[in-house]
Design a protein around this ligand. Structure first.
Ligand SMILES: NC(=O)c1ccc[n+]([C@@H]2O[C@H](COP(=O)([O-])OP(=O)(O)OC[C@H]3O[C@@H](n4cnc5c(N)ncnc54)[C@H](OP(=O)(O)O)[C@@H]3O)[C@@H](O)[C@H]2O)c1
Length: 255
Protein backbone atom coordinates (compact mmCIF):
# COMPACT_ATOMS: atom_id res chain seq x y z
CA UNK A 1 0.00 0.00 0.00
CA UNK A 2 1.32 3.46 -0.87
CA UNK A 3 1.70 6.15 1.76
CA UNK A 4 -1.20 8.18 0.41
CA UNK A 5 -3.46 5.10 0.14
CA UNK A 6 -3.01 4.51 3.87
CA UNK A 7 -4.78 7.79 4.56
CA UNK A 8 -7.23 7.71 1.64
CA UNK A 9 -10.94 7.41 2.48
CA UNK A 10 -12.18 7.46 -1.13
CA UNK A 11 -15.20 5.17 -1.56
CA UNK A 12 -16.01 5.17 2.14
CA UNK A 13 -19.07 6.70 3.77
CA UNK A 14 -18.67 8.33 7.19
CA UNK A 15 -21.52 8.94 9.63
CA UNK A 16 -20.73 11.93 11.86
CA UNK A 17 -23.06 12.68 14.77
CA UNK A 18 -23.18 16.19 16.17
CA UNK A 19 -22.07 17.44 12.75
CA UNK A 20 -24.05 20.69 12.85
CA UNK A 21 -21.24 22.81 14.34
CA UNK A 22 -17.95 22.81 16.23
CA UNK A 23 -15.74 19.74 16.25
CA UNK A 24 -18.23 17.50 14.42
CA UNK A 25 -18.56 19.93 11.51
CA UNK A 26 -14.75 20.27 11.28
CA UNK A 27 -14.29 16.48 11.31
CA UNK A 28 -16.98 16.03 8.65
CA UNK A 29 -15.12 18.48 6.39
CA UNK A 30 -11.80 16.80 7.20
CA UNK A 31 -13.09 13.31 6.36
CA UNK A 32 -14.49 14.71 3.09
CA UNK A 33 -11.07 16.22 2.28
CA UNK A 34 -9.64 12.71 2.76
CA UNK A 35 -12.12 11.39 0.20
CA UNK A 36 -15.10 10.16 2.22
CA UNK A 37 -18.74 10.90 1.51
CA UNK A 38 -20.49 11.99 4.70
CA UNK A 39 -23.81 11.51 6.49
CA UNK A 40 -24.30 14.49 8.80
CA UNK A 41 -26.58 13.96 11.80
CA UNK A 42 -27.72 16.20 14.67
CA UNK A 43 -30.92 17.92 15.84
CA UNK A 44 -30.55 21.22 13.91
CA UNK A 45 -31.53 20.60 10.29
CA UNK A 46 -30.67 24.07 9.03
CA UNK A 47 -27.18 24.06 10.54
CA UNK A 48 -26.55 20.57 9.13
CA UNK A 49 -27.49 21.82 5.64
CA UNK A 50 -24.84 24.55 5.93
CA UNK A 51 -22.16 21.98 6.76
CA UNK A 52 -23.47 19.74 3.97
CA UNK A 53 -22.94 22.59 1.49
CA UNK A 54 -19.31 22.85 2.68
CA UNK A 55 -18.82 19.09 2.19
CA UNK A 56 -20.35 19.25 -1.30
CA UNK A 57 -18.04 22.15 -2.16
CA UNK A 58 -15.19 19.69 -1.53
CA UNK A 59 -16.65 17.42 -4.22
CA UNK A 60 -18.08 14.82 -1.87
CA UNK A 61 -21.64 13.57 -1.34
CA UNK A 62 -23.33 14.87 1.83
CA UNK A 63 -26.56 13.51 3.29
CA UNK A 64 -28.37 15.26 6.14
CA UNK A 65 -30.40 13.31 8.68
CA UNK A 66 -31.98 14.70 11.86
CA UNK A 67 -30.99 12.77 14.98
CA UNK A 68 -31.39 13.11 18.74
CA UNK A 69 -28.86 10.65 20.19
CA UNK A 70 -30.49 10.82 23.63
CA UNK A 71 -33.64 9.23 22.15
CA UNK A 72 -33.41 5.58 21.11
CA UNK A 73 -36.45 5.95 18.82
CA UNK A 74 -34.61 8.69 16.93
CA UNK A 75 -31.51 6.47 16.65
CA UNK A 76 -33.60 3.58 15.29
CA UNK A 77 -35.21 5.97 12.79
CA UNK A 78 -31.77 7.12 11.60
CA UNK A 79 -30.62 3.58 10.85
CA UNK A 80 -33.94 2.71 9.20
CA UNK A 81 -33.53 5.73 6.91
CA UNK A 82 -29.93 4.80 6.09
CA UNK A 83 -30.99 1.23 5.24
CA UNK A 84 -33.97 2.45 3.17
CA UNK A 85 -31.68 4.74 1.15
CA UNK A 86 -29.04 2.04 0.68
CA UNK A 87 -26.50 4.10 2.63
CA UNK A 88 -24.03 1.90 4.51
CA UNK A 89 -21.38 3.86 6.42
CA UNK A 90 -18.04 2.18 7.14
CA UNK A 91 -16.84 4.99 9.44
CA UNK A 92 -18.67 6.31 12.50
CA UNK A 93 -17.59 9.43 14.36
CA UNK A 94 -19.56 9.37 17.61
CA UNK A 95 -19.19 13.08 18.27
CA UNK A 96 -22.58 14.37 19.51
CA UNK A 97 -22.12 15.60 23.05
CA UNK A 98 -23.33 18.06 25.62
CA UNK A 99 -22.11 19.65 28.84
CA UNK A 100 -23.40 22.04 31.46
CA UNK A 101 -21.09 22.79 34.35
CA UNK A 102 -22.69 22.67 37.78
CA UNK A 103 -21.45 22.23 41.32
CA UNK A 104 -22.09 18.59 42.13
CA UNK A 105 -24.21 19.56 45.15
CA UNK A 106 -26.66 21.22 42.74
CA UNK A 107 -26.81 18.55 40.00
CA UNK A 108 -30.38 17.38 39.36
CA UNK A 109 -31.44 14.00 38.02
CA UNK A 110 -32.62 15.60 34.77
CA UNK A 111 -29.26 17.34 34.22
CA UNK A 112 -27.39 14.10 34.94
CA UNK A 113 -29.66 12.14 32.57
CA UNK A 114 -29.37 14.69 29.75
CA UNK A 115 -25.57 14.65 29.85
CA UNK A 116 -25.09 10.90 30.33
CA UNK A 117 -27.87 9.91 27.92
CA UNK A 118 -26.33 12.10 25.19
CA UNK A 119 -22.64 11.43 25.72
CA UNK A 120 -22.64 7.78 26.78
CA UNK A 121 -25.94 5.97 26.19
CA UNK A 122 -26.42 7.69 22.83
CA UNK A 123 -22.89 6.84 21.71
CA UNK A 124 -23.45 3.19 22.58
CA UNK A 125 -26.71 2.80 20.69
CA UNK A 126 -25.40 4.67 17.66
CA UNK A 127 -22.39 2.30 17.67
CA UNK A 128 -24.74 -0.67 17.96
CA UNK A 129 -26.87 0.51 15.01
CA UNK A 130 -23.73 1.17 12.96
CA UNK A 131 -22.32 -2.30 13.70
CA UNK A 132 -25.63 -3.95 12.79
CA UNK A 133 -25.78 -2.04 9.49
CA UNK A 134 -22.20 -3.10 8.68
CA UNK A 135 -23.52 -6.67 8.56
CA UNK A 136 -20.09 -8.27 8.51
CA UNK A 137 -18.19 -5.58 6.57
CA UNK A 138 -15.17 -3.97 8.28
CA UNK A 139 -15.63 -0.58 9.90
CA UNK A 140 -14.02 1.99 12.14
CA UNK A 141 -15.59 3.84 15.06
CA UNK A 142 -14.10 7.01 16.56
CA UNK A 143 -15.63 8.02 19.90
CA UNK A 144 -15.14 11.62 21.04
CA UNK A 145 -13.55 11.26 24.46
CA UNK A 146 -12.10 14.10 26.53
CA UNK A 147 -9.39 15.03 29.01
CA UNK A 148 -12.08 14.03 31.51
CA UNK A 149 -11.82 10.46 30.22
CA UNK A 150 -8.56 10.48 32.22
CA UNK A 151 -8.77 13.21 34.87
CA UNK A 152 -11.50 14.62 37.09
CA UNK A 153 -12.87 18.06 36.18
CA UNK A 154 -14.50 19.92 39.09
CA UNK A 155 -18.15 20.97 38.47
CA UNK A 156 -18.31 18.42 35.64
CA UNK A 157 -19.08 15.16 37.43
CA UNK A 158 -21.76 13.99 35.00
CA UNK A 159 -19.65 14.94 31.97
CA UNK A 160 -16.52 13.35 33.48
CA UNK A 161 -18.49 10.20 34.26
CA UNK A 162 -19.88 10.05 30.73
CA UNK A 163 -16.49 10.55 29.06
CA UNK A 164 -14.68 8.11 31.38
CA UNK A 165 -17.45 5.65 30.58
CA UNK A 166 -17.01 6.34 26.88
CA UNK A 167 -13.30 5.45 27.09
CA UNK A 168 -14.26 2.21 28.85
CA UNK A 169 -16.95 1.50 26.29
CA UNK A 170 -14.35 2.08 23.55
CA UNK A 171 -12.16 -0.66 25.02
CA UNK A 172 -15.07 -3.06 25.62
CA UNK A 173 -16.42 -2.74 22.07
CA UNK A 174 -12.90 -2.94 20.60
CA UNK A 175 -12.34 -6.23 22.41
CA UNK A 176 -15.78 -7.59 21.46
CA UNK A 177 -15.90 -6.53 17.82
CA UNK A 178 -12.27 -6.96 16.67
CA UNK A 179 -13.11 -10.38 15.23
CA UNK A 180 -15.85 -8.73 13.14
CA UNK A 181 -13.29 -6.35 11.62
CA UNK A 182 -14.73 -3.37 13.50
CA UNK A 183 -12.09 -1.17 15.11
CA UNK A 184 -13.17 1.09 17.97
CA UNK A 185 -10.95 3.96 19.11
CA UNK A 186 -11.30 7.25 20.89
CA UNK A 187 -10.21 10.78 20.00
CA UNK A 188 -9.50 12.86 23.09
CA UNK A 189 -9.44 16.62 22.40
CA UNK A 190 -7.87 18.97 24.90
CA UNK A 191 -9.45 22.45 24.99
CA UNK A 192 -10.96 23.68 21.72
CA UNK A 193 -13.07 26.81 21.33
CA UNK A 194 -16.63 25.84 20.39
CA UNK A 195 -20.14 26.60 21.62
CA UNK A 196 -19.58 24.00 24.36
CA UNK A 197 -16.49 25.73 25.75
CA UNK A 198 -17.50 29.35 25.01
CA UNK A 199 -18.02 30.09 28.71
CA UNK A 200 -14.44 29.10 29.54
CA UNK A 201 -12.96 31.03 26.64
CA UNK A 202 -14.90 34.18 27.63
CA UNK A 203 -13.06 34.13 30.98
CA UNK A 204 -9.66 35.80 30.55
CA UNK A 205 -8.47 34.39 33.88
CA UNK A 206 -9.27 30.85 32.73
CA UNK A 207 -7.56 31.47 29.39
CA UNK A 208 -4.28 32.67 30.88
CA UNK A 209 -4.23 29.95 33.56
CA UNK A 210 -4.91 27.27 30.93
CA UNK A 211 -2.28 28.63 28.54
CA UNK A 212 0.26 28.50 31.39
CA UNK A 213 -0.81 24.90 32.11
CA UNK A 214 -0.52 23.76 28.47
CA UNK A 215 3.01 22.62 27.51
CA UNK A 216 2.49 23.90 23.95
CA UNK A 217 1.31 27.29 25.30
CA UNK A 218 -1.51 27.47 22.75
CA UNK A 219 -5.08 26.27 22.46
CA UNK A 220 -6.00 23.68 19.86
CA UNK A 221 -7.44 24.72 16.50
CA UNK A 222 -10.26 22.52 15.14
CA UNK A 223 -7.97 21.59 12.25
CA UNK A 224 -5.57 19.99 14.78
CA UNK A 225 -8.16 17.21 15.28
CA UNK A 226 -8.53 16.26 11.63
CA UNK A 227 -5.29 14.33 11.06
CA UNK A 228 -5.82 12.11 14.11
CA UNK A 229 -9.41 11.38 13.05
CA UNK A 230 -8.46 10.51 9.48
CA UNK A 231 -5.70 8.27 10.86
CA UNK A 232 -8.14 6.42 13.15
CA UNK A 233 -10.65 6.02 10.31
CA UNK A 234 -8.17 4.99 7.62
CA UNK A 235 -6.16 1.85 6.73
CA UNK A 236 -3.12 3.57 8.34
CA UNK A 237 -4.49 2.46 11.74
CA UNK A 238 -5.52 -1.06 10.61
CA UNK A 239 -3.83 -2.68 13.67
CA UNK A 240 -5.00 -0.06 16.21
CA UNK A 241 -8.09 -0.68 18.30
CA UNK A 242 -9.24 0.13 21.83
CA UNK A 243 -7.01 3.21 22.10
CA UNK A 244 -7.78 6.82 22.93
CA UNK A 245 -5.58 9.25 21.02
CA UNK A 246 -5.30 12.52 22.94
CA UNK A 247 -4.83 15.69 20.91
CA UNK A 248 -4.24 18.05 23.80
CA UNK A 249 -1.06 20.06 23.32
CA UNK A 250 0.61 17.91 25.97
CA UNK A 251 -1.91 18.59 28.77
CA UNK A 252 -2.18 14.99 30.03
CA UNK A 253 1.57 14.43 29.77
CA UNK A 254 2.46 17.18 32.23
CA UNK A 255 1.66 18.14 35.82
N1 LIG B 1 -14.65 21.62 22.64
C1 LIG B 1 -13.81 20.94 23.39
O1 LIG B 1 -12.85 21.50 23.94
C2 LIG B 1 -14.01 19.47 23.62
C3 LIG B 1 -13.04 18.79 24.37
C4 LIG B 1 -13.17 17.43 24.57
C5 LIG B 1 -14.23 16.75 24.01
N2 LIG B 1 -15.17 17.42 23.29
C6 LIG B 1 -16.26 16.62 22.73
O2 LIG B 1 -16.35 16.85 21.35
C7 LIG B 1 -17.70 16.69 20.92
C8 LIG B 1 -18.14 17.93 20.15
O3 LIG B 1 -18.09 19.03 21.04
P1 LIG B 1 -18.06 20.55 20.55
O4 LIG B 1 -17.05 21.23 21.40
O5 LIG B 1 -17.98 20.64 19.07
O6 LIG B 1 -19.49 21.02 21.07
P2 LIG B 1 -20.67 21.88 20.40
O7 LIG B 1 -20.12 22.96 19.57
O8 LIG B 1 -21.60 22.19 21.51
O9 LIG B 1 -21.33 20.82 19.41
C9 LIG B 1 -22.03 19.72 19.91
C10 LIG B 1 -22.65 18.97 18.74
O10 LIG B 1 -23.40 17.86 19.29
C11 LIG B 1 -24.72 17.94 18.81
N3 LIG B 1 -25.64 17.41 19.80
C12 LIG B 1 -25.80 17.80 21.09
N4 LIG B 1 -26.78 17.09 21.68
C13 LIG B 1 -27.24 16.23 20.72
C14 LIG B 1 -28.25 15.25 20.70
N5 LIG B 1 -29.01 15.00 21.78
N6 LIG B 1 -28.46 14.56 19.56
C15 LIG B 1 -27.71 14.80 18.46
N7 LIG B 1 -26.74 15.71 18.42
C16 LIG B 1 -26.52 16.43 19.54
C17 LIG B 1 -24.97 19.42 18.50
O11 LIG B 1 -25.93 19.56 17.47
P3 LIG B 1 -27.47 19.95 17.67
O12 LIG B 1 -27.54 20.95 18.79
O13 LIG B 1 -27.82 20.49 16.32
O14 LIG B 1 -28.15 18.65 17.97
C18 LIG B 1 -23.60 19.83 17.96
O15 LIG B 1 -23.50 19.51 16.59
C19 LIG B 1 -18.51 16.43 22.18
O16 LIG B 1 -18.70 15.05 22.35
C20 LIG B 1 -17.63 16.99 23.28
O17 LIG B 1 -17.89 16.39 24.52
C21 LIG B 1 -15.09 18.76 23.09
Amino acid sequence: MTHSARFDLTGQLALVTGASRGIGAALARGLAEAGADVVLAARSHEALEEVAAQVRALGRVATVLVLDVSDSISIDALFSQLAARGLAPTILVNNAGTEQVSPSLAVTESLWDRIVDTNLKGAFFVAQGFARLLAGRPGSIVNLCSLSSEVGIPTAAAYTSSKSGLAGMTRALAAEWAHLGIRVNGLGPGYFETEMTAGFYADSGWRSAMLARLPMRRFGELDDLVGATVFLAAPASAYVTGQVLYVDGGYLASI
